[in-house]
Write a protein that binds this ligand. Structure first.
Ligand SMILES: [Zn+2]
Length: 449
């Protein structure tokens, strides 16, 4: 009998210890929930969204709430309570992520300081059954005033397919600024040698645009407030030439194997291969080039006019509309995004100006190509080389030999294709070979204040 009671007693003991363990581990735990806020609001504008991650491993979450206070005003941003499911474990939710949006104007808050507080409780029985509390707080700045943009440069006469420079001032720190021309964004850079808040943006009008749908300066401050400002401009239309190009069987037999060896997907009759190269590959290559020319060093590396291939003849112009014919029949139309210059075969190619090599290699229809970054969004490219003499990352001086002319890529004879780009938009290199044009359109606006 005694044995039996001892057995029962030990069972009760085990049960009590078990229940005690559960109570101790889950319901009497003293560890408050953990809070993680991302991104931490510091300066907020008209709308700011942040996410709170709340975790409580033991008793689980009971409630979470967020408030904003300014002066003697405290406003509730939002709250959430969790169902207490299991008596022995409290809440079934041990982790949650909540996004809250602050709209200061709708909340009636004024510009200036405010305090954000997030309070979370767990399901523990501690603190008179109220649970352990965690409070997370941060001071933040409400700023709903957009930056002010003041224009400094006054004359902006830009040719279709040409470049220009806009100089302006922004009255507060910004996170993004530049000029929008249709869908193209031209980043603004701190003005070289200028005071704080002064910016310059090198811009370009695409060769086929005469009346842009939109053209304005934009500045975004740290709170996300956006300012837009117009500037006076005049767009001078470009006279586009049409050139007829005959594609011969000899050209196809000579050039297509080079591409078919590189791009195994090119198959079939040579004319079909040519058309695929001239359209699809050309557009793919142009996109690749534009991408190399989007990020630039924030200073001017070039000085003086750009040098062109010495003792060379002008073969084809920028923006030429090329009509391709095969046996008297028109087979394709494309635009030429650079200038072709021909000198003697295997002529040394000078760097147009001081810059950094951002690309050196084979680039589809352009063959062996070098692209130089001259700073503030200005790039130059050199194509169809037989030999490349520089590598990515090299700094070259104006006039340094960067390669040797040739006929790699879609070139029928030894020549140099020169291209220039402003933040990914092809422009006419001719402007950059002209000291007076540079003085009137770039340097004059660069020194405007
Ligand atoms: Zn060309």
């Amino acid at each position: 009998m005694g044995k039996f009671f001892a057995y029962i007693a030990s069972l009760v003991c085990i049960a009590l210890v078990g229940a005690g363990g559960i109570l101790g581990y889950f319901l009497l735990e003293g560890e408050p929930p953990k809070l993680q806020v991302t991104p931490i609001p510091k300066i907020i504008g008209r709308k700011y969204t942040f996410t709170v991650k709340a975790t409580d491993e033991r008793s689980g979450l009971r409630s979470i709430s967020a408030t904003l206070s300014q002066g003697d005003k405290t406003l509730k941003l939002g709250s959430k309570t969790y169902r207490q499911k299991e008596w022995w474990r409290g809440s079934a939710v041990s982790e949650d992520k909540i996004s809250w949006t602050i709209r200061p104007i709708e909340l009636g808050l004024a510009q200036g300081k405010a305090l954000l507080q997030i309070c979370a409780r767990d399901s523990s029985w501690r603190n008179g059954l109220k649970g352990n509390e965690q409070v997370w707080k941060t001071d933040l700045q409400i700023d709903i005033t957009p930056p002010r943009i003041s224009l400094e440069s006054t004359v902006h006469n830009i040719r279709s397919g040409g470049a220009g420079l806009v100089s302006y001032r922004v009255n507060k720190p910004i996170t993004k600024t530049g000029v929008w021309i249709n869908k193209h964004f031209f980043p603004g850079y701190p003005k070289p040698g200028g005071k704080e808040g002064m910016y310059v943006a090198m811009v370009a009008i695409p060769f086929n645009v005469t009346r842009p749908k939109q053209i304005f300066i934009e500045a975004v401050d740290q709170a996300g407030n956006v300012a837009k400002a117009q500037f006076p401009y005049r767009i001078l239309p470009k006279v586009l030439r049409v050139r007829k190009i005959n594609i011969s069987d000899r050209f196809l037999e000579q050039k297509m194997p080079e591409f078919m060896a590189r791009y195994p997907e090119l198959k079939g009759p040579l004319l079909k291969v040519f058309l695929k190269i001239n359209t699809e590959l050309r557009h793919r290559d142009n996109t690749e080039i534009r991408n190399y020319c989007k990020k630039s060093v924030p200073k001017i590396l070039w000085h003086g006019r750009f040098e062109r291939l010495p003792r060379s003849a002008f073969e084809a112009g920028f923006g030429d509309e090329r009509h391709y014919f095969y046996k008297g029949r028109e087979i394709d139309r494309e635009f030429h995004m650079g200038i072709d210059l021909a000198s003697v075969a295997h002529a040394p190619i000078p760097a147009g100006n001081t810059g950094l090599v951002v690309f050196a290699g084979y680039l589809g229809i352009y063959g062996n190509t070098v692209i130089l970054d001259h700073g503030l969004g200005l790039f130059s490219m050199y194509s169809h080389m037989s030999e490349i003499r520089v590598s990515v990352g090299d700094k070259v001086e104006r006039g340094d030999t960067i390669g040797i002319t040739g006929m790699t890529g879609l070139a029928g004879g030894d020549h140099l294709h020169c291209g220039m780009l402003v933040s990914g938009v092809f422009v006419d290199p001719m402007e950059w070979w002209d000291q007076k044009w540079i003085q009137d359109h770039i340097l004059a606006n660069l020194s405007a204040q």
